[in-house]
Design a protein. Structure first.
Lengths: 548, 375
């Protein structure tokens, strides 16, 4: 194993050094690096798009890290550890083995080897050139292709199996930085002598990642090859095409999963004693529920982003409906997978809007109790892009965490007692009023009216507006300009790998266009994707030297 | 709170779900979450003073002796078997096919009648759960520990001294637990609707039993999840409408035939003649007993369908046959039915028709139930 890694990464480093225009994550301009590690979601989506959705990807990924509110920004400084290489290698081997399975060969290979027991360089070249173009998001260079064809042939001869050679090389390609990172390449800007610009293929991979959450398709790569993406008109054409494609759902899912911190689902669990309905299936479905709600709202109906917080529409399965305590009719045959049923709550139902969903109220609660503070903090940070300071190191949480204290029966009681400590008051003022409005939702997402037999008070105030309960909170949040500024800023950062500069006129123009569109997220994506801002080369990099 | 009053009147939700509850009545829905032979095994010594049935090891030795091994040989075979259970195939086969039918060896599970009665010990204790079904033989009567009435429950008399039925709820008797856990994730569930003017008070009610089209959904603890939606199977085969009454918080019914289609290897069907019920509302759940006369042969199928299920199949067969106390066969005089009682539990559920009409909801007033937990 070590030998394989050593060989591979030596190869990778050599390949990187040969390329005079490839910048690694640890580039000379660390504040705006040029390479971003692809997310697990993009990895999955890319493999599905290139080799088929029936390819099973099992195994873990290197952990992601959040910067400026997004994993997509953290990706610019995401390295791969020694353990991580092993994880990716396991994934790669599993995928490569499936790709060459007999039942897939007819679909995935345009040619058949003359003799399956040995090398066939022409057929290997055909396959690797085609698959490699999608995996590396650009055509392989002749040097890259020749080396890989030779290696596949050598393995095929040694093992007496043409497909073993393909599998070996394909797994190495899936472990290559050209696949695991979206590498942005700069080239001289012919329109502005002395300046550099992102090349066409880098633009293509940015676009496909942003709009589809995947690798570029054939048309986008052709547009890159022709130079079309370097022109404003060509860029608009491709962006329009991509936003009209059903694949845009992938981009919207990837973006909101990142913005709303859905990576926290990986560790979400509840105390089964108190929340027996909170099964592993519910965890999986809760995330999907919100994503379906968003996709329908944003992509299907192109509705105002702000209305996501008050929309009565959602999708439910039977286990989710049990937690939300509503009836649904799933006509699927017995023992078939749960179906998603569209559901509309009555007017002024506390369950309307995405803040009442498990993906918010349960995701931001400890395993056995609620935390208005955590919910308020999540609302501030994920949805309003506002920073909430971390608690001081010496803070005593005992009062807040002891939900069995007979004198402090509700979370409001406990937080009020806790907030009398001067060092805590400030932050709790930011988080708690909004979090307390959601106290009618328990840690498992169920509805309740009392805690320890004491009635729950859900009143609060935000921006001078008084509200009561989830319905009131949802309306106040919906009308807070912070949420639209936030989603625009995050959308840009998701595309660019960095946050926009607030006083940049181009950015202000995007914000205005978003507003003028009625806060249509697809229009926001169109404006961001066609803005030269996201393709801009930072000053240091414009004349920077490649990493040696 | 609107939640509590949600379905007091007919409402239409845009999810294609229609509440059908009448304004003057409420209907609560449940799905059965536990169903098994009603045991009363807390005082085993009082039930079975001889304690001669013992467990699997003992009846395996007994059966080995029945096919020609000496007691010492049989003890040695069991002692060297894996987990004292898995015998060498040739020996197991010899035991399993020791029935003789038309001069040929046959399965003892298919032909238990062709095997000698091992005459297992049956319950001689005073207490068992059940109902007075009108059994004439006073010597057969037990006293119900809850109602202190004299009751008929010969099923318990037959099986109660067997190790696999030595279970105290929430533990099910082993054969039923095994079958339940095998089937619950795939076999359609059984639904209960209770309709009355105000189920929090005494009064007349109607109980409707149906099969559902979906199997019970399990929760994180392996129990049946509450408040899940089920579609009622409109097949008349499992449709039962019963008249009942709530008195002092206990629901009972006018005796009636109850039939619910089941799945092997659990009960192929629940078919109880002259069924009586005694059901309590415990928290949001139902807990209680159903008693009446069942076909004892059907009951035998429940555990002989899986020979290695930990039951003394042969001993129980003969005990049930002897204890059967109703519906004598006109030709042979052998009773075909046995008085029996089953313990059941049910959890709240939404029950709908295929067209989306909600016929029963979990909460009071036919509305959504509310979690009042401290969390």
């Amino acid at each position: 194993m070590t030998h394989r890694f050593g060989f591979l990464w030596r190869t990778i480093l050599l390949a990187t050094a040969f390329s005079s225009t490839v910048y690694a994550a640890e580039s000379a301009a660390p504040e705006i690096p040029l390479s971003l590690r692809i997310s697990p979601q993009e990895y999955h989506k890319t493999i599905a798009d290139v080799f088929g959705s029936d390819i099973v990807i099992t195994g873990r990924f290197e952990p992601e890290k959040r910067e400026e509110g997004l994993m997509a920004v953290g990706a610019r400084s995401a390295n791969i550890s020694a353990d991580g290489i092993e994880l990716y290698d396991n994934l790669a081997r599993g995928i490569a083995a499936q790709v060459v399975e007999p039942q897939r060969r007819k679909t995935l290979f345009k040619c058949a080897p003359r003799d399956v027991a040995t090398r066939d360089d022409a057929c290997t070249r055909s396959f690797l050139a085609s698959a490699g173009r999608f995996l590396f998001r650009r055509p392989l260079t002749e040097q890259e292709l020749t080396a890989r064809v030779r290696r596949a042939g050598d393995v095929a001869e040694k093992k007496g199996d043409f497909y073993a050679g393909i599998s070996a090389v394909l797994s190495e390609m899936l472990l290559a930085p050209q696949f695991l990172y979206r590498i942005r390449k700069v080239e001289p800007d012919t329109a502005n002598p002395g300046q550099n610009r992102l090349d066409s293929y880098s633009r293509a991979s940015m676009l496909s990642s942003y709009l589809w959450g995947s690798a570029p398709d054939d048309k986008l790569l052709k547009a890159a090859e022709s130079g079309e993406l370097l022109t404003a008109e060509g860029l608009w054409l491709q962006v329009d095409r991509m936003l009209s494609s059903p694949n845009v759902e992938g981009g919207v899912r990837a973006f909101f999963s990142d913005m709303f911190g859905f990576d926290e689902f990986e560790t979400l669990s509840k105390d089964a004693t108190f929340f027996p309905r909170f099964t592993p299936k519910v965890v999986e479905q809760a995330r999907e529920q919100t994503l379906r709600t968003i996709v329908e709202h944003v992509v299907g109906e192109r509705r105002d982003y702000r209305d996501l917080f008050t929309t009565p529409n959602t999708y439910l399965t039977r286990p989710l409906a049990a937690i939300y305590n509503v009836p649904i009719v799933d006509k699927a045959d017995n023992a078939q997978p749960d179906r998603w049923i569209r559901y509309t709550y009555p007017e002024n139902d506390p369950r309307a809007g995405i803040l009442s969903q498990i993906s918010f109220v349960a995701l931001h609660s400890p395993a056995g109790r609620t935390s208005p503070t955590l919910r308020g903090k999540a609302l501030r940070e994920y949805i309003m892009c506002q920073a909430v300071p971390a608690p001081p190191g010496n803070v005593d949480f005992k009062l807040v965490q002891d939900s069995s204290n007979p004198n402090l029966r509700t979370a409001r009681d406990r937080l009020s007692a806790h907030a009398t400590e001067a060092m805590c008051t400030g932050c709790h003022k930011i988080t708690d009023p909004m979090g307390l409005a959601l106290e009618t939702f328990d840690s498992g997402g169920g509805y309740r009216t009392s805690e320890n037999d004491a009635p729950i008070n859900t009143t609060g105030e935000h921006r001078g507006i008084k509200f009561d309960g989830p319905v009131g909170l949802a309306k106040v949040v919906r009308d807070d300009p912070a949420i639209t500024t936030c989603v625009a800023k995050r959308s840009f950062a998701f595309a660019a790998g960095r946050s926009p500069t607030a006083n940049d006129p181009a950015w202000q123009q995007i914000e205005k266009q978003f507003k003028d569109s009625g806060y249509n997220v697809i229009e926001l994506m169109r404006r961001v994707a066609t803005s030269e801002m996201i393709y801009a080369i930072p000053a240091q990099t414009a004349s920077a030297q490649p990493v040696k | 709170m609107r939640y509590q009053k949600l379905a007091a009147a007919a409402l239409t939700l845009t999810a294609g779900v229609t509440f059908a509850t009448q304004a003057s009545a409420e209907t609560r829905g449940y799905v059965i979450s536990w169903f098994a032979t009603a045991t009363n095994a807390a005082d085993f010594k009082a039930n079975c003073p001889e304690d001669r049935n013992k467990g699997r090891i003992e009846w395996t030795i007994r059966d080995l002796i029945a096919v020609g091994y000496t007691k010492e040989q049989a003890t040695e075979i069991v002692a060297t078997a894996v987990d004292s259970v898995t015998l060498p195939p040739e020996i197991q086969n010899k035991m399993d096919t020791r029935a003789v039918v038309a001069g040929k060896p046959a399965s003892v599970y298919n032909y238990p009648e062709a095997v000698a009665d091992p005459n297992i010990e049956t319950v001689t204790g005073k207490y068992a759960y059940g109902f007075d079904l009108g059994g004439a033989n006073r010597a057969n009567k037990f006293e119900d520990p809850d109602t202190h009435q004299l009751i008929d429950n010969q099923l318990w008399r037959a099986v109660g001294c067997t190790e696999s039925f030595r279970a105290v709820p929430p533990v099910m008797p082993y054969p039923e637990e095994l079958a339940w856990n095998t089937m619950v994730d795939s076999a359609p569930g059984w639904a209960i609707q209770i309709t009355g003017n105000d189920l929090s008070k005494d009064g007349k009610v109607t109980i409707t039993l149906n099969r559902t089209t979906q199997h019970p959904e399990r929760d994180s603890n392996g129990a049946v999840m509450t408040n899940v939606s089920y579609i009622i199977d409109d097949s008349p085969r499992s449709h039962n409408v019963l008249q009942g009454e709530i008195k002092n918080g206990v629901l009972s019914i006018t005796p009636a035939f109850v039939r619910l289609q089941g799945e092997m290897p659990y009960y192929s069907e629940i078919a109880i003649r002259d069924t009586q019920m005694r059901i309590k509302f415990e928290g949001e759940n139902l807990v209680g007993y159903w008693g009446g006369y069942i076909n004892w042969i059907d009951y035998v199928y429940m555990y002989t369908a899986r020979p290695a299920n930990g039951s003394d199949s042969i001993g129980l067969y003969h005990a049930l046959k002897k204890m059967a106390d109703a519906k004598p066969d006109p030709k042979t005089g052998q009773n075909q039915e046995i008085s029996a009682t089953f313990r059941m539990e049910a959890v709240p559920a939404y029950l709908t028709k295929l067209d989306g009409t909600v016929v029963a909801a979990p909460g009071p007033g036919g509305g959504r139930a509310i979690n009042t937990s401290a969390r």
